[in-house]
Structure formats: C-alpha cells, structure tokens
Design a protein around this ligand. Sequence first.
Ligand code: TYM
Length: 329
Amino acid sequence: MKARVLSGIQPTGHLHIGNYLGALRNWVKIQHDFESIFCIVDLHAITVHQDPAALREQILQLAGLFIAAGIDPKSSTMIVQSSVAQHAELAWMLTCVTPLGWLERMTQYKAKTEAAETIGDGLLQYPVLMAADILLYQAKVVPVGEDQRQHIELARDIAQRFNSLYGDTFTMPETRLPIAGARVMGLDDPTKKMSKSATGSGHAIGLLDPPNEIKKKINRATTDSNPAVDIETMGHGVANLLNIYQAFTDATSEQVRNEFAGQRYGDVKKKVIEAVVAGVEPIQKRYAEITADRTYLNGVLKDGAERVRPIAESTTRLVRERMGLYNLS
Ligand code: TYM
C-alpha cells in the first residue's frame, strides 16, 4: 500500500510563484508515488473575513489551477475542506488536547495578530485545524513551503500528545520541502517572504501574470550594488532570483552557481524571465480551458469528497471511541 500525502492551499487571493514552487509543483511531482489528497482549505480562509461570492468563485478557480498545474484528478484526490465535515469535528477534539501556550507561540499567529485590533479565535485555532486536516487521513508526508514547517511540527506534537493520552491513534506526519523554492522571497524586498497579502505591485509574481508583467516585475527586482554576480557575497535579492531560476529549471545549485558567476544582472534577469515564463505559460493555457467547465470542476470536487469520506469517518469513529465519546451502534 502506498503511503498517504496530504497538503492544502487557501483559496484566498491570487496564487504566486512561491505557492507554486513551494507546494503545488512539488505535489505534481510526487503525486503518483503516494496516495495523494490535495485540499482547498476554505475553513482556513474564513479565519479572516472573506466576501462570500468571491470566496465561492476562488474555490472553483483554485480547483482549476490545481489541474492546470498538473494534478491528475483521476489518481489524486482533490477536496474542498468544508465539504468533509470531519475536518471541523476532529479539529474540536484536537483543540481539547492542545495547550494554549503551544498556539500562542506560533510565528504566523504572532505575525497575523500583531497589527490587528480584535483577534478572531479562528486565527489561534488555525494550526489545530491544519493538524486535523493531516491527522484525519493518517498522512505520512506533507509537502509544503518552509513557512508551514512550524505548523507541521505542532501537528506532530498534538498527535504525540493524543497518542500518549489515549493510545496509539495517529500516524506521525513528516514535512517535505522542495529542493529549491521552499522559501521564495518578495522581489521588492527580498528579506520578506513572497506573500499573497503584501500590497506592492512589484512584490509577487502571480501564477497567472501575463509574460510582459513577469518581465516588468523581474526587471525591477532588487539586486546588489556591485555590477555582477559574486557567488560568495551575493545578497538576498540575487540569491532569490537564482533560487527561482533553479526551481523552474530543475538545475542543481552548483549548476546555477557555475552558470551565473560573474554575470551582469541584466543578463541574469533575462534568463530568469525566460525560465519563469516557460514554466507558467503552459499552466496558463490549460487554466483558461479548464476553468470554463464549471460542471467538470464541481464533479471532480464532489467525487473527491466521496472518495475520502470513508477514511474521515473511520478516523473520527476511532477518536470518539478512544476519548470515550459515544458511538451509535
Ligand atoms: P497557504 O495557502 O498560505 O500557502 C500554500 C502553500 O504555499 C507555500 N508558500 C510558499 N512557498 C515558498 N515560498 C513562499 N513565499 C510561499 N508562500 C506560501 C506554503 O508553505 C504552502 O505550502 N496553512 C496552509 C494550508 C493548509 C495546509 C493544511 C497545508 C491547511 N491545511 C494541511 C498542509 C497540510 C496555508 O495557509 O498555506
């Protein structure tokens, strides 16, 4: 039997090449080596306010993007998180074994709530729901970008605590990062992670950005003050461009260093633009065709929910049993 993989992306805003290189591209690569479940995490999205009509639309668009990027819905299972009620059910059970201090320590929670006037409880519970997504399916491997590593460690801690309180129940999940692109930085400020919520127009490259837009953004990207690439002393901006190039071309870091050492930034950027455009263009073409067929997308998501429901039901039944909750016979 193949081990199970689970990962998820929030249907909020436009996906950028960080989401693609950190997660989606890696999913496509490993999907056939595992029994794969890929999740559109709409319950996570509502931890901050979403316009209902826009959210509904973005869920379908993200499903289209998964397929356009190369997820094969015949062999991999695609689901919308809220359509399998056990995600929320298990999240509650896990909440009850999770110390508050573990959640307050989460870096993303601290970052998201720093400037907020009122903090929704959902933001604090966010990583418990994520642990539930993973543990519900006894997933062994969780392919994500670097920023999710702490959340997966928390999922392990929660699983361990549950197992020691109630007996062996959950499989220990492991983080799987891509070789390159695990942490793509903002083009305008390469000390900050590329993010959907950053506002600057030169910050992120959207997966659906047209080639001229990609060109403009990379040409404006921050580099160093010296005129050419110095591998030993290069700053974050240059390192980020080389990392993006390496990820899109599947080169080794040594190949990239050899190729770019001593090159002028204009030439470097030209190559990076070519690699990014070549990487996203086929996805954009397929996406345009796939999103038009709403009936097909809805069918894929319905089929996905039906496929995983028996697994979800069997895990929550076991958890109810272990915790002493009542299982109707
Ligand atoms: P989300 O929607 O913020 O991001 C989706 C995926 O993209 C990766 N990522 C990046 N990778 C490289 N460089 C970047 N700049 C970058 N920005 C984002 C993220 O690491 C992630 O893999 N909590 C998760 C979604 C989630 C989940 C799960 C993931 C919910 N349940 C269960 C795995 C397993 C999130 O918000 O991802």
